[in-house]
Design a protein around this ligand. Sequence first.
Ligand code: ADP
Ligand code: 5GP
Length: 189
Amino acid sequence: MEKLIIFSAPSGSGKTTVVHHLLKEMGNNLGFSVSATTRKKRPNETEGRDYYFLEEEDFRQKLAANEFLESEEVYKGLLYGTLVSEVDRVWAEGKAIVFDVDVQGGLNIKKLYGDKALAVFLRPPSIDVLMDRLRKRDTEVEHHLQERIDKATHELGFEKEFDKVIINDHLRTALDEAEKTVIEFLEKK
Ligand code: ADP
Ligand code: 5GP
């Protein structure tokens, strides 16, 4: 069966860390859904691997042409979206597709695909730890950081709508649990 694995969580919870680990360990079975965004590229990011970095006009054109499975203004003035073509691309390789999307996007994809999709909520041990991790990552200017923290507080209320919750406190434990969860889901008929 063609399958989808969704990782959603507030920014700073560790989605990127966990998803990169899974792709490294299980790359033969998993492929990443590269989202489109109008956010500026960070120094450690690569076009076409981490995101498709688009001008807002291009993004809106694709939106009008129905090229997105889901899309959102995740932060003020910043658009993010999953391209339908990503699902086709990864499934054509015979792999399950893995998403790193915000909580609303994750729930929207789950709604579209039902049992074909596993929706995982990655939870930080506390909001203080989350703030600390975001600050240490040092990718946001202070007012963007505050916006991310406000959104995180709201998103933490949605965990019960997900199939599985993994707490990302001790990283190794969270990575092992994520691997185990994905293997079980892939083995399910
Ligand atoms: P997200 O993709 O959800 O925004 P990241 O994977 O970028 O989150 O993680 C945010 C920051 O926290 C990164 O600097 C990452 O290295 C760090 N981090 C992730 N998991 C842990 C953990 N269990 N303990 C400590 N730091 C972590
Ligand atoms: P960042 O700017 O830190 O890469 O991502 C910000 C937020 O946008 C994260 O919560 C990330 O999961 C989410 N995101 C990334 N791509 C998509 C997408 O295609 N759709 C949605 N809804 N959210 C996304």
